[in-house]
Design a protein around this ligand. Structure first.
Ligand code: SF4
Ligand code: SF4
Length: 424
């Protein structure tokens, strides 16, 4: 796309926004896969429309406040990246643009309070636990509260599993094939610690030693994707100090965290050179659990059970679109005797979870959640597998009104379960 954005008008950390604008040829191939274009039906709520609006704003022809609603509506799902034949890296535009515009944005008191509440609870497991308990008492009046707070309370789980204490080291079982450090995450630690427990069992049984750095913290993805780049940098720095650099990989079991940590390179672009080097080195080590297991040559559990398990696999956007990981989880699941993989319609369309999107835009998120659940249930699956805690919680939430809800698990849980069943 032709533009008149002066490179000198943008400080170095934002100059990367120019390339995606220049690469867009306005063809519109991305429109059918964009969930907001598909639900709202207007150009300004499409990837092509947003690229144009950002261009106009960076050229000084529009005020950032004029395009706020369209930018806010974007889920950051990056389905547009997967479908773009010109290779437009939309993520390299929307994330820095949100940070760029945030500094001048005027937010209402309620909006500020909601963002403060999000950033101060979700990344801290103990606060998240406490907030979930408090939310429980407000459930009966959730619909009378301001929309975002109401959604936060509505989505809060009825109860949380017991706290799980992870050790800082798990030795490999059998001949050692590698060593990894595991990010245990923040919200996931409170919502489903069983996922990392399963990941540790699968990794160690595959000959991988697992270390869990005690001083690790939130990956910063939530802050990064809502334009709070300083907060995201603080979280990243904490992890630079916490994680060892001499491991084979830094593993995550949450697609949102993995894609955020792989983006540290962009987060620190134009900043202190030492930190850029540190960010590049860290990002290059980050791998999703399925990506890693597939790469090392996963040893599937031996099973004599011939019973068929029909598994519908849901592609988390931050795994499929942001990290381009689609075949690894499928090949791991298909390596297990008895598992039949089913593919739901509209795999590329987001489930509506998208970080904090289901809190900030509950109506669109609900519509997408119901649509995703309908597509998954139409497969006739026994189990739904996915690679992200946000998707897992969203699918479970919108399955509540089903007569016979289908169990939703992380891919690695299923790999672990088949193995444990055999050992029993
Ligand atoms: S498909 Fe790519 S090049 Fe075409 S309009 Fe969308 S972002 Fe632009
Ligand atoms: S990131 Fe998702 S919602 Fe945003 S423009 Fe791209 S496809 Fe649409």
């Amino acid at each position: 796309m032709l533009h008149n954005i002066s490179e000198t008008a943008l400080t170095p950390e934002y100059s990367g926004m120019i390339k995606p604008i220049e690469s867009c040829v306005h063809c519109g191939f991305c429109l059918p896969t964009c969930p907001t274009y598909s639900t709202m039906g207007d150009e300004m709520n499409s990837p092509r429309g947003r690229i144009f609006l950002i261009k106009e704003t960076l050229e000084g022809r529009m005020d950032p406040s004029e395009i706020e609603p369209f930018i806010d509506n974007c889920l950051g799902c990056l389905a547009c990246v997967s479908s773009c034949p010109s290779g437009v890296e939309y993520g390299e535009l929307i994330t820095p643009y949100r940070a760029w515009s945030e500094s001048t944005r005027e937010r209402s008191f309620t909006e500020k309070l909601q963002r403060f509440a999000l950033l101060k609870t979700i990344p801290h497991p103990s606060r998240f636990r406490a907030a979930s308990k408090i939310a429980h008492f407000f459930k009966p009046i959730a619909r009378h509260l301001p929309k975002g707070f109401g959604a936060m309370i509505e989505l809060a789980p009825e109860e949380l599993p017991p706290k799980h204490e992870f050790k800082d080291h798990y030795p490999a079982i059998g001949p050692q094939r590698g060593q990894v450090a595991l990010l245990i995450g923040c919200a996931q630690q409170a919502l489903a610690p069983r996922i990392n427990a399963a990941a540790i069992r699968v990794l160690t049984r595959n000959g991988i030693e697992v270390v869990i750095p005690k001083s690790q913290g939130c990956c910063g993805s939530l802050a990064m994707h809502i334009g709070e780049s300083k907060e995201a940098c603080r979280a990243a720095r904490k992890n630079f100090d916490a994680f060892p650099t001499d491991v084979d990989a830094i593993i995550t079991t949450a697609a949102g965290c993995g894609s955020g940590m792989k983006e540290y390179t962009h987060l620190f672009a134009g900043q202190d050179i030492e930190e850029q080097i540190q960010a590049n080195a860290f990002s290059s080590k980050v791998m999703d659990i399925c990506e890693y297991l597939d790469q090392i040559g996963f040893i599937p559990p031996k099973t004599n059970d011939s019973a068929e398990i029909k598994v519908a696999y849901h592609d988390a956007c931050h795994l499929a679109h942001a990290q381009k990981i689609r075949s690894a989880p499928r090949s791991l699941l298909q390596s297990v005797t008895g598992i039949t993989l089913l593919e739901p319609a509209e795999w590329e369309i987001c489930c509506g979870s998208a970080g904090s999107y289901n809190i900030e835009h509950p109506d669109t998120a609900k519509e997408l959640g119901r649509r995703k659940v309908a597509n998954l249930y139409d497969t006739g699956a026994d189990i739904i597998a996915t690679g992200n805690i946000g998707c897992l919680a969203q699918i479970e939430f919108h399955s509540k009104d089903k007569d016979t809800p289908i169990r939703v698990v992380h891919t690695v849980e299923l790999l672990d379960e088949v193995d444990r069943k055999e050992r029993c």
